[in-house]
Design a protein around this ligand. Structure first.
Ligand code: GCO
Length: 474
């Protein structure tokens, strides 16, 4: 890397960590909560690794106060959390469960008291089961159901919460949940119906943006958090760089894994031509006002970036996958560890959509356990974070407006179809005893936050745990 002039991140840059309700809360049927599609899906044998579920998970519902204290020890400025729709509206529509709302009320207060800014995701996949029985995201009413739920949340929390994220990774809950059928609710719909689900979820996003704008008690900042589908150029030749950009704008046949099918409607107000051609007859009917509803202006583009796909220029000015050397680094999911993914994807999204970017998730799953010395030495996570943040700094240096970074995840949690196989946390959780242990990466992240990122260029991540421990003891 060439000499860096300004090593810190921009003033006001937000440093946070993220979680999602179903992955940490547990208390799946406490205090009037209704079941979600994940509660039902995890009860079917053979769907989840080790047949596990989020019924207890990190028991955060009961331990939120001590968890917020740990966030304080980490020095977090912001915390991205999600709300469980069926905890608040057990049937998905109609009756509101006050006890469920009270939980989020207490959590938000606790965060604010600790000086941590809550960023609230309205939908991170735990859809009310009762609504799935009524047709779920395929139903014509589904966008309105989401708008009504959003109104309940805004009425209750928008006197304190100002940062809102509508949907998390529609590519996943539509693609995996409604097309491939490997996530809840496990529907294997054909492409035409899956595209209808996609369209309804985009309408739901648009309605939610309008509801937040109309009813928020404080000025709101609104975004969403799709997957950042990253491609990186195999070499630094202009042709390969153009190929990577092209790949990030592409739509692929019979697949919902792309950036633009989702984001073009939301930001630009129309589906990408390439997708319209590819999907052809499978396209849902689009109502006359739909695109205007979907493209309500948002304030930031949140995106979740973990991995990427190297590619190079093809013969026909297109792109082709590029081989990586055998044995190149991968995480436990076998996703490539590719720090440049965060550089190229942020660059692409910023050029195409011209919105401030917030990295709403980035992290790595490693083999973490509590060592004989009682600590968790997750050195690969420290290294991963340092490399990705260096690339994020690089893209900011190139002029891209990136406003924040949320590490996934605050703590080890229920990793969807993978159960508890994968640990993504800065905090280790013993799921038997619910004992929390700050990993070495938690200390390094604290150091990063305290130095506004500068330490990633001139300190060794591996010295950080001891340094922070010494500082805390003094
Ligand atoms: C997702 C979700 C998170 C995951 C994380 C690691 O991206 O799938 O937003 O809930 O846990 O991404 O896979």
């Amino acid at each position: 890397m060439t000499e860096i002039e300004n090593k810190t991140f921009p003033d006001g840059f937000t440093w946070g960590a993220a979680t999602a309700a179903y992955q940490i809360e547990g208390a799946w049927n406490a205090d009037g909560k209704g079941p979600s599609v994940w509660d039902a899906y995890t009860q079917q044998k053979g769907k989840i690794w080790d047949n596990d579920s989020g019924a207890v998970a990190c028991d955060h519902y009961h331990r939120y106060a001590s968890d917020v204290k740990l966030m304080g020890e980490l020095g977090l400025q912001a915390y991205r959390m999600s709300i469980s729709w069926p905890r608040v509206m057990p049937e998905g529509t109609g009756a509101v469960n006050q006890a469920g709302l009270d939980f989020y009320d207490r959590l938000v207060d606790e965060l604010l008291e600790a000086g941590i800014n809550p960023w609230v995701t309205l939908f991170h996949w735990d859809y009310p089961l009762a609504l799935d029985y009524k047709g779920g995201w395929l139903a014509e009413d589904s966008p309105r159901w989401f708008a009504d739920y959003t109104k309940v949340i805004i009425d209750r929390l928008s006197d304190r919460v100002t940062n809102w994220i509508t949907l998390n990774e529609p590519q996943c809950f539509v693609g995996l949940g409604h097309h491939q059928g490997t996530h809840a609710p496990g529907h294997k719909l054909g492409l035409a119906k899956a595209l209808r689900v996609a369209h309804n979820s985009l309408l739901a996003h648009g309605h939610a943006v309008s509801v937040i704008r109309a009813h928020s008690q404080l000025p709101a900042s609104i975004g969403w958090a799709p997957v950042g589908n990253a491609y990186t150029p195999a070499t630094n030749s202009p042709a390969d760089e153009a190929a990577a950009m092209k790949a990030m704008g592409a739509v692929f046949d019979n697949s919902l894994w792309n950036n633009t099918w989702w984001a073009d409607p939301v930001v630009l107000g129309s589906y990408p031509e390439e997708g319209l051609k590819l999907y052809g007859d499978a396209m849902p009917k689009i109502g006359p006002d739909d695109m205007a509803i979907i493209s309500q202006p948002i304030d930031f583009y949140g995106c979740n970036i973990y991995t990427g796909m190297p590619c190079r220029a093809g013969d026909d000015s297109g792109f082709v996958d590029a081989e990586m050397p055998s044995g190149s680094p991968r995480n436990l999911f076998m996703w490539r560890v590719l720090p440049e993914a965060i550089y190229w994807c942020s660059k692409f999204l910023s050029e195409r959509y011209n919105l401030p970017i917030v990295i709403t998730e980035n992290g790595v799953t490693c083999h973490d356990w509590v060592s004989l010395d009682g600590k968790v030495h997750d050195s690969q996570r420290l290294d991963f974070m340092t490399r990705y943040l260096q690339q994020l700094h690089r893209v900011i240096d190139d002029g891209v407006d990136v406003r924040g970074y949320f590490h996934w995840s605050l703590m080890d949690n229920f990793e969807w179809a993978e159960g508890y196989k994968h640990r993504f946390g800065l905090i280790h959780v013993d799921f038997e005893t619910q004992q929390r242990t700050l990993k070495d990466s938690a200390s390094w992240y604290r150091r990063i936050i305290d130095s506004n990122g500068a330490c990633i260029f001139d300190e060794s991540p591996h010295a950080a745990p001891q340094m922070v421990e010494d500082a805390l003891i003094q």
